[in-house]
Design a protein around this ligand. Structure first.
Ligand SMILES: Cc1cc2nc3c(=O)[nH]c(=O)nc-3n(C[C@H](O)[C@H](O)[C@H](O)COP(=O)(O)OP(=O)(O)OC[C@H]3O[C@@H](n4cnc5c(N)ncnc54)[C@H](O)[C@@H]3O)c2cc1C
Ligand SMILES: NC(=O)c1ccc[n+]([C@@H]2O[C@H](COP(=O)([O-])OP(=O)(O)OC[C@H]3O[C@@H](n4cnc5c(N)ncnc54)[C@H](O)[C@@H]3O)[C@@H](O)[C@H]2O)c1
Length: 479
């Protein structure tokens, strides 16, 4: 077995690991980045990018189908499944290639291929061919789909997100298990591309929405497009000749339906379990997860750091990059460990309408403000710009603290939520009050005027600022 001695070892060449490597390398050249599978990252290969490519095709189909409402008659919409999937794969490969190239351009001595596991607190064995002794270690091993046992009965017809993006054609029907973020993004996209979809959930939730009013609105909207059983009791999953037969009970009735495939989108589990983490000498919680400080990414007072999806804290791309930066800086500068900037939480789900969450969710606001908060809201059904473009579906709820008037967070299901989420997240991070936000300019006619209406409603309920004018005719109709 080869033996290597380094100052810093980074396990996992995903987004968090690559950023951690780049940052730690500023401090030392005695560094190694270990990858157990393939270069390219989850985001580019099987995550953010291919999912958005599939969604883009679905949105295009939907827009064309909706064109009639504007007096534009494109005729029958036909979906060429092989062409849809070819574009997804080709564009996906274009995103993956530069990531792989940048990895391969690293000095050979900085790269190691093989699955890493802990032998003791400073020693790793990589793929049974190399023993690495490291002064500091960054764990950045990501996550993988978590598949409940019953779904495995679908056998060869069980797929996860990774498989979908390699499809050569679109199937006729898919049962999507898990109406969380991945399930609702992929499920809606497949449905819009002509695939018969039914979504199965257990908790009644959809797309990770915490605010009950927004959640119910979203559920009602999605139900108009595809079948959803948000609280299904799945009795049986069987691989039969025609595909996968699912038997479930719901609302006191028994149901059965057969699909081509079963897509498991039932959450993800951190890649911590194959690391022999018990040998790392760090404290683990009851689920075997390392205890760590989210501001330094350090595990206890050890020389080990944990960044990205593997720590299961904020499993999003920009957070993985931020955590990689903090963990990498600290691994490089160790034993000096500094607190890194954690940004205002923000999440966007690329359905249509989109879902966005910013700052604290309604339950966290309630806890933080001990009940002393108010909620402003706006429906996008009558909002001017949204009506003009035929996207007048949605609800925005904004939260503010009584007394201070501080803007605490928001949840939205509606048009342009990916952009509005940014504006609102920047306001939370700048610790702006609702009055300060209302002092900002708003153009006309734009969707952001809906945000102003929600903020005015919040201002009124917080009993701060000037009373809103009669009829809300600020500068034009439909604001
Ligand atoms: C379908 C889907 C859509 C998504 N869409 C979005 C989105 O739109 N926006 C967004 O912000 N986020 C999105 N995400 C989440 C985002 O992709 C992740 O948060 C991010 O990619 C996590 O990066 P990471 O570096 O933690 O993990 P990864 O990129 O998964 O990297 C981990 C690496 O570690 C390697 N590894 C694991 N174990 C070992 C070991 N023992 N030894 C050596 N190497 C090991 C793995 O092979 C892998 O290369 C999506 C995820 C999915 C699945
Ligand atoms: N647009 C984005 O930013 C984006 C897109 C995709 C994924 N992601 C990230 O990936 C993470 C993982 O996404 P995910 O969708 O896998 O997880 P998730 O936690 O969002 O959703 C999992 C869903 O599966 C349900 N579920 C669990 N067991 C089930 C069962 N037996 N039957 C039916 N339903 C079941 C859960 O109740 C939940 O609704 C997200 O939390 C997010 O951080 C982000």
């Amino acid at each position: 077995m080869d033996k290597r001695e380094v100052d810093v070892a980074v396990i996992g060449a995903g987004t968090a690991g690559m950023v951690a490597y780049q940052r730690a390398r500023r401090a030392t050249d005695r560094i190694v980045l270990i990858e157990g599978d393939q270069y390219g990252t989850t985001c580019a290969r099987v995550g953010c990018m291919p999912s958005k490519l599939l969604i883009a095709a679905a949105e295009r189909a939907h827009q064309v189908r909706q064109a009639d409402a504007f007096g534009v008659l494109p005729g029958d919409v036909r979906i060429d499944g092989p062409a849809v999937m070819a574009r997804v794969r080709e564009e996906r490969d274009r995103f993956v290639a530069p990531v792989v190239r940048s990895m391969e351009s690293l000095p050979q001595e900085h790269r190691l291929m093989g699955h890493a596991r802990f032998v003791d607190i400073h020693r790793l064995v990589v793929g049974d061919h190399t023993e690495v002794t490291a002064g500091r270690i960054v764990i950045a091993t990501g996550s993988r789909p978590n598949i409940p046992g019953i779904l495995k009965e679908a056998k060869d017809r069980l797929v996860v997100n990774d498989d979908v993006f390699d499809w050569r054609d679109l199937p006729s029907s898919v049962a999507v298990f898990g109406p969380g973020v991945i399930g609702v993004e992929l499920g809606q996209a497949l449905s819009r591309l002509g695939v018969k979809v039914r979504m199965f959930g257990v908790s009644g939730g959809i797309g990770g929405i915490q605010d009950e009013k927004v959640r119910e609105y979203a559920l009602d909207t999605f139900r108009e497009e595809f079948a959803i059983s948000p609280k299904a009791d799945t009795r049986r999953v069987e691989r039969i000749e025609e595909g996968v037969r699912i038997s479930w009970s719901e609302g006191g009735k028994e149901h059965q339906q057969t699909f081509d495939y079963l897509l498991a989108a039932t959450g993800r589990r951190p890649n911590i379990d194959h690391l022999d983490i018990q040998n790392a000498g760090i404290e683990l919680d009851e689920r075997g997860m390392p205890e760590f400080d989210p501001f330094t990414l350090r595990c206890g007072d050890s020389h080990i750091f944990i960044a990205g999806d593997v720590n299961n804290d904020r499993p999003l791309l920009h957070e993985a990059a931020d955590e990689g930066r903090i963990a990498g800086d600290n691994a490089g500068a160790w034993p000096e460990v500094r607190i890194g900037l954690r940004k205002t939480p923000m999440a966007v789900v690329f359905t249509e309408p989109q879902i966005a969450s910013v700052g604290l969710n309604i339950h966290q606001v309630d806890e933080r403000c001990q009940g002393c908060f108010a909620v402003g809201e706006v429906s996008f059904e009558d909002q001017g710009r949204s009506k003009v473009i035929g996207k007048n579906r949605g609800l925005l709820r904004v939260y503010g603290e009584h007394g201070s008037g501080l803007f605490m967070g928001a949840q939205m299901f509606g048009p342009a939520a990916e952009h509005i989420a940014h504006l609102l997240a920047w306001c939370v991070q700048k610790r702006m009050t609702v009055s300060e936000m209302l002092d900002m300019p708003f153009y006309h006619p734009v969707i952001e005027e809906g945000v102003r209406t929600a903020l005015k409603d919040l201002s009124k309920k917080l009993q701060i600022g000037p009373a809103p004018g009669e009829g809300g005719m600020d500068c034009g109709p439909g604001v």
